[in-house]
Design a protein around this ligand. Structure first.
Ligand SMILES: C[S@@+](CC[C@H](N)C(=O)[O-])C[C@H]1O[C@@H](n2cnc3c(N)ncnc32)[C@H](O)[C@@H]1O
Length: 284
């Protein structure tokens, strides 16, 4: 039986609300979530927490993360078919034309989905770490990998804002069409920086800023695309250098689920590099 005066850890609260510990920390910073810090650890009273939730503090972050995860869990079986209409194989060729995985590289695909980049990466690199928070999307990717005879992929269920990857272990990190589904893109860039080795590169592709607000309901988009300035600023703030932001030269063709409306949205590509450790600076 659960007691009302039960004290919970950060990890337990994250488990209860099914969102990352990073999201809970963000709510702690930005909202009046009741908690106490004891030493370096946060402690939460179960009773105070549930009273706070019941008081109408239904947090947008919690709702958003769960909504996106449910959406992808649900569409996973049809995702590949839909994706072929939204963007074809040409985007992948453009991506690997800009940042080329080498045979000895360990690479990561964040928001890997059903394996659009993952499978090609596995043919080019030594090992691929594919991270996604939707178990159903990863399960499709896993069976595609088996069909293709690829055994050098680690599929990890996890959050892009809190990557389940050790620091400084990755040569190249990719994310295609992930960013507009996450609450905090800057945090994703910070995590990518953390897991990259010195001189490692990040390449993300995502849609350009647009006004099609209905994509929130229809496709669980949290961001209506991005502009070049924000992407550059976030990459810089996360620690990246040699930043390049450009149009990828390939549109996303998306639409309402009933097919009544379709739109073409240009894709942006953002590249950055984690520079080698400078004397007197910490890297990682
Ligand atoms: C539009 S799909 C793109 C999938 C794949 N990269 C591709 O190009 O086909 C976005 C993917 O990001 C995943 N995703 C969304 N939010 C995430 C998060 N916070 N952490 C990890 N994965 C996330 C979704 O489950 C989904 O598989």
């Amino acid at each position: 039986m659960q007691r009302d005066d039960e004290i919970l850890t950060l990890e337990e609260v994250s488990e209860i609300f099914k969102v990352s510990t990073k999201t809970i920390l963000k709510i702690l910073r930005e909202e009046d979530l009741p908690a106490r810090k004891i030493g370096r650890e946060w402690r939460f009273s179960r009773q105070a927490l549930f009273q706070w939730m019941a008081g109408g503090h239904s947090q947008q972050y919690i709702h958003d993360e769960n909504q996106v995860k449910d959406y992808f869990d649900q569409i996973a079986p049809q995702y590949n078919e839909q994706r072929r209409v939204v963007y074809g194989d040409s985007l992948r060729d453009i991506i690997f034309g800009h940042v080329k995985p080498e045979k000895e590289n360990v690479v990561a695909d964040i928001g890997a989905g059903t394996g659009y980049l993952t499978l090609e990466l596995a043919k080019k690199a030594k090992r691929v770490i594919a991270v996604d928070n939707s178990a159903s999307m990863l399960s499709v990717a896993k069976s595609e990998a088996v069909k293709a005879g690829l055994s050098n992929i680690d599929f990890l269920e996890g959050n892009a804002e809190e990557l389940p990857i050790k620091p400084m272990t990755i040569d190249l990190v990719f994310a295609n069409m992930l960013l507009h589904h996450v609450s905090d893109p800057l945090q994703v860039f910070k995590e990518m920086y953390r897991v990259l080795k010195a001189d490692g590169k990040v390449l993300i592709t995502d849609i350009i800023e647009h006004e099609h607000n209905w994509l929130r309901q229809e496709k669980s988009d949290l961001w209506f695309g991005f502009n070049k300035e924000d992407l550059a600023e976030w990459l810089k703030e996360a620690g990246f250098a040699k930043i390049q932001i450009k149009e990828a030269g390939c549109d996303c063709c998306t639409g309402t689920n009933d097919g009544s409306k379709t739109v073409r949205i240009p894709t942006l590509m953002a590249i950055g590099q984690k520079e080698s450790v400078k004397p007197g600076h910490r890297n990682g």
